[in-house]
Ligand binder design. Sequence first.
Ligand code: ATP
Length: 334
Amino acid sequence: MANTRTVTVINGDGIGPEVMAATIRVLEALKAPLEFEFKDAGAEVIAKYGTNLPHETVEAVLRSGVALKGPTGTVVGGGMASANVGLRKRLDLYSSLRPVKSVPGVKTRYDNVDLVVVRENTESLYAGLEHIIVPGVVESLKIITEKASTRIARFAFEYARKHGRKKVTSVHKANIMKLSDGLFLDCTRKVGREFPEIQYEEVIVDNMCMQLVKDPTRYDVLVMENLYGDILSDLCAGLVGGLGLVPGANIGERTAMFEAVHGTAPDIAGKGLANPTALMMSAVMMLDWLDMRDEARKFENALAKVHGEGKARTGDLGGSATTREFTDAVISAL
Ligand code: ATP
């Protein structure tokens, strides 16, 4: 049996604690050799710490090297910088990996979507460099560097090679942002030449949105800078049944943090109605990353069985199961 690993768990805000409790129940039922160390982050802990990202939380993740995280809320407009963005930057989790795959049993417009969104996580407009020049005029800086663009391009191509993927599409708006997106494109193009067995193409982001909605099966691995990755992740989630189903990993050189693509879902928070699948699938990615393959396959197969049978289905997928009922069904299917 593998050595026990400590996982830093961040419940987060909104539906975070509910979907986290559900996911941990399954991990415990699996008897995965994991120890959980709970740490705080998010809007709801500001009163306690004076910040949404306590130093000890960052330290804990640096120590354990792996975190499982619920969504953390951010005030729209003013307020503090996002805890999400802070964690990704301070832990240098430069790549966001979001596999978007049709879930058998969940009926949507397409039943064979199999995409991977690779999003640069540390710069672009998410650098958070905004200032007021004069009242009524604000400047927001979009930072694109050769180093970060090359690093994310290499991550995307290496992922494609390792997982037998055929094509990498670089998504950009270099026709308008000629310098910044132009540099990003130069980097993905250059790295692409090192992977001759993988097809490489470039698509402008607005066209990409239309093409994905028309026929997502034409695409494989998509690589893009931060903001486009945020928007296209949600678009892709819509193709397979919504945000309740899409997992994610934020990966750096030494550390990885696993979290669903969805946010805090304040409209359903505290009601026990959230679909925990996205965080559960993020936990499957975490088990694979920790090399706990048997546990990962068991968890994945149980989720597939429950979705395939369609007996326990949460509200977002047209059913009436509560988070607990869905989780009970997954545990029974292990
Ligand atoms: P953020 O800005 O934090 O990324 P978002 O704009 O992606 O958040 P969400 O909080 O993810 O927004 O919610 C968008 C919609 O999707 C809401 O109606 C929410 O209820 C629904 N939703 C998100 N996650 C889930 C889930 N796990 N189960 C059910 N519904 C969900």
